[in-house]
Ligand binder design. Sequence first.
Ligand SMILES: *Cc1c(COP(=O)(O)O)cnc(C)c1O
Length: 537
Amino acid sequence: MAKKYPNVAYFCMEYGLDATMKTYAGGLGILAGDYLKGAKDHEFPLVGIGIKWKQGYTDQRIDENGNPYDAYHNYDYDYLEDTGVKVTVKIRQRDVVCKVWKIEKFGNVPLYLLDTDIPENEDAWITGQLYGWFGEERIAQEMVLGIGGVRALRALGLDIDVYHFNEGHALFAGFELMKEEFDQGATFEEALNATRAKTVFTTHTPIIQGNESHHLDRLMYMGANNGLTLEQLVEIGGAPFNMTVGALRMSRKSNAVAELHGETANKMWAHVEGRSEIIPITNCIHKPTWVDENMIKVAEDGGDLWEAHMKNKRDLISFIHERNGVTLKENKLIIGFSRRAAPYKRSDFIFTDESIIGPLLESGKVQIVFSGKAHPLDDTGKGIVSSLVKMSKKYPEAVVFLENYDMTIGAALTRGSDLWLNNPRRPKEASGTSGMKAAMNGVLNFSTLDGWWPEACNHGVNGWQFGDGMEFEDEAVLDTHDLKALYDVLQNEVLPTYYDKHEKWVEMMRESILSTKEQFAVKRMLENYYEKLYAIE
Ligand SMILES: *Cc1c(COP(=O)(O)O)cnc(C)c1O
């Protein structure tokens, strides 16, 4: 009998399966975790390959002066299953042994995690910190994921048809697939073509710096070339070696993570010769993880949606009270905002003109809850976090900053807020999935037309846009334009609807849920990947 779907091995540096499992940093990991759960729910043949991070990503807390600091802890999980499999990767001329764990506990298809923290390794630290290091260490980690990952699949005896690199971190898996071809006597061209035939790639951030590149000498010295010559490396990833460029050349098909991102990515990588086509497949979320089932049910049945929402809002208010000692008012608007503190996301944007926002905060008409980490080495991002904390001290009854953003905070905020604010500079946000969580929980989106939102937004019907999708090279011009739009829509549409047209607000909540609950649920995404990306033509 013909196989319905190809077997897929999905490679990703991070997975957010559960708040207790510190193997994720942000959106990429949440997406990967949701994807594995969706594959299990809807019976798609897929396994995940990742790393068992000893310390995970930073536990970022706020000190007495209101500045973020990074704390690391060692985490162990008694629920990981030992597969009994170990594979070896030669890193810097030394054999590094990778132990392979398996986890299926969170309603996900099998996820295999590689771990170098075992006594026989001199280099036990490699799987220590997720995105915690640069240069050599990052390459070593990516060698474990890619080269070690393919070897683990072989040692486990799994039959794989398609290798999916979710982000360029996994690219070295392609070098291992090529090596398998070389071992059969293939030439460089033959090995590359054979690898391409079974590899697909998802590109993420359109921020240039977010697309890692490495010095060629360093790749050679580390042994990441896996038998390729320096010239062959250049042919694949350029000089310096860009992981995204390499992945675009080693895959037969690629995708971007939203329609708009598809356009952006095609422009951004237009100069790369010999790359795969980039098609758009918009991200989705795993509903059982993020959405209050009752909200969907009440929206479908025409029940009292406001009362159902107020339960979630009260839960959020007590959550904030427990964490920060602040009691927000349940009869006033709560705006939620949680994002990595990166400049293009403009986390403190709403505070730009205090003559406008100040009185709204002082009167209590607007309450805002923030959360988000900055990358440990990103001083600008840390400055943004400090500025948010400062605002929470200036307006202690109306502004809250929740430290150490994680899945627990993400879930609480996207359920219990009234309004979900998102103000990236278009077109820098690849997709964004927190807005989908909010939308399906009846939390209305209030966002620039970036990422997934242009596909879902029906202004004044299921949420609001501001800025009309404008793009400007000059950031100062764009910021001025978007800020005026933000304040206009907030004051003239959002607040009057919330305070004076309650029935309309509730109707919009219903629309928000009904218009997004299928289109942005992970089943649609899996079907798209299997039909448009994995299908062997
Ligand atoms: C949903 C989620 C994300 C991704 O959301 P974005 O909209 O892409 O920022 C990141 N981190 C956590 C903890 C989440 O829950």
